[in-house]
Design a protein around this ligand. Structure first.
Ligand SMILES: [Zn+2]
Length: 392
């Protein structure tokens, strides 16, 4: 378990060094482990001349021709009844470098693990970083976007992934070896499959090979991106309370005419009352909340403010807008950039942008690339205190 992780870390840290020393200057990409499926009762993997290795019985089997290997996770998971940690069950690879899971082709190799609850399996794709980024660009951005916008996105997504790898954040949160660095979902970032990579996404990924954004002091920290800021980006602490060095809120007049226009939503007073009860339970109110919520008043708000001031029975409550979005969700609050207006029977929300608003504004990057900005200039605008560094 430890050996596996450390071998991955060795790959990450020593390949660049070897590459620098190598006469051919062959610079291999580090391998990133991406969870592509979770809580599965069955897993079918198809490939040509498959090599399947079962770890608990140390059994390797080579299949010839095109074959499908099936895993019934309900039998495997009996192994895991006593432990609350994932077990690495099997690895699968093909000399073609391609494997299929769920009718979708992936590059690299697969690992099958029991999940920590021990009732099903997860499947993990191990793939060289630049190939991973090539598929991701078509999911997190759009392969038809200008090359410099794709390159800016490639650097942001690579930085995010490298941080997850080097910090081993997923394993730390789990409290044991997780066998993957990040998952392919909106929780982390959405990777693609083999056919998501196009000529333009591969070009953007390899043109920026090994490049990541680091903080002014050279630290690899999370680098964030979102669809559209709506006028101004936000700092991580304004949205999630996590203080991250080198972030600034920057003006972005560029995304205004790109993508979705401003939005408006309505929430009834009852839902605001439910919100206050929830916030009280979660102990995020400064003042004690009484059971009578009949008198809610709001101080006039504007879009540049990060908090909303309410009075309930003459007691003041300052609510962070990001907390409202967390409670009501991304459908009611598509972004963190909005103002609230109190109306009879409820509140009207007027907002701009799409997504959390931190870091790279993708639609801003699109507009700037169209104006002829390079990806370095685009990144320097959204991350003025970060430094671009080539890690391998
Ligand atoms: Zn923007």
């Amino acid at each position: 378990m430890e050996a596996q992780k450390s071998s991955r870390m060795l790959k990450l840290f020593f390949i660049p060094l070897i590459a620098v020393l190598s006469v051919q200057n062959v610079q291999a990409s580090p391998v990133v482990s991406v969870r592509i499926g979770k809580s599965l009762k069955n897993i079918n993997v198809t490939g040509t001349d498959l090599k399947r290795h079962l770890l608990f019985s140390n059994d390797t089997k080579n299949y010839s021709g095109k074959k499908t290997v099936k895993f019934n996770c309900e039998t495997f998971t009996t192994l895991n009844k006593q432990r609350n940690t994932p077990i690495l069950l099997a690895t699968l690879e093909s000399p073609t470098g391609l494997l299929s899971y769920g009718n979708t082709k992936y590059q690299g190799m697969f690992k099958v693990i029991t999940n920590s609850r021990g009732d099903s399996c997860d499947i993990i794709n191990e793939i060289p970083m630049e190939d991973y980024i090539s598929t991701l660009l078509n999911k997190e951005m759009n392969s038809k976007w200008p090359a410099e916008a794709l390159k800016a996105q490639a650097v942001a997504a690579r930085s995010y992934a490298i941080h997850k790898m080097t910090s081993q954040q997923v394993s730390k949160e789990l409290g044991s070896e997780a066998y993957y660095d990040l998952e392919s979902s909106e929780k982390h970032q959405v990777g693609g499959a083999f056919f998501d990579a196009t000529k333009s996404t591969i070009a953007a990924s390899y043109a920026t090979k090994g490049e990541v954004l680091v903080t002014g002091t050279g630290q690899v920290r999370p680098v964030f991106f979102h669809a559209k800021c709506g006028g101004k980006t936000l700092r991580p602490d304004q949205v999630w309370h996590n203080k991250e060095d080198s972030y600034q809120s920057v003006n972005c007049p560029f995304c205004h005419n790109i993508g979705p226009k401003g939005w408006a939503k309505v929430i009834g007073t009852d839902r605001i009352k439910s919100f206050f009860r929830w916030a009280s339970d979660k102990k995020i109110l400064q003042e004690k909340l009484e059971s009578d919520l009949s008198s809610i008043v709001m101080v006039p708000d504007n879009i540049d403010r990060f908090t909303v001031n309410f009075y309930i029975n003459d007691r003041p409550y300052i609510i962070e807008k990001a907390v409202l979005r967390r409670y009501f969700g991304n459908v009611v609050f598509p972004s963190n950039s909005f103002s609230l207006e109190m109306k009879k029977g409820g509140f009207v929300i007027y907002g701009e942008g799409l997504g959390h608003g931190v870091g790279l504004c993708q639609m801003g990057a699109f507009a700037l690339a169209k104006r002829g900005w390079s990806y370095k200039k685009i990144l320097a605008h959204y991350f003025p205190d970060h430094v671009l560094k080539k890690m391998y």
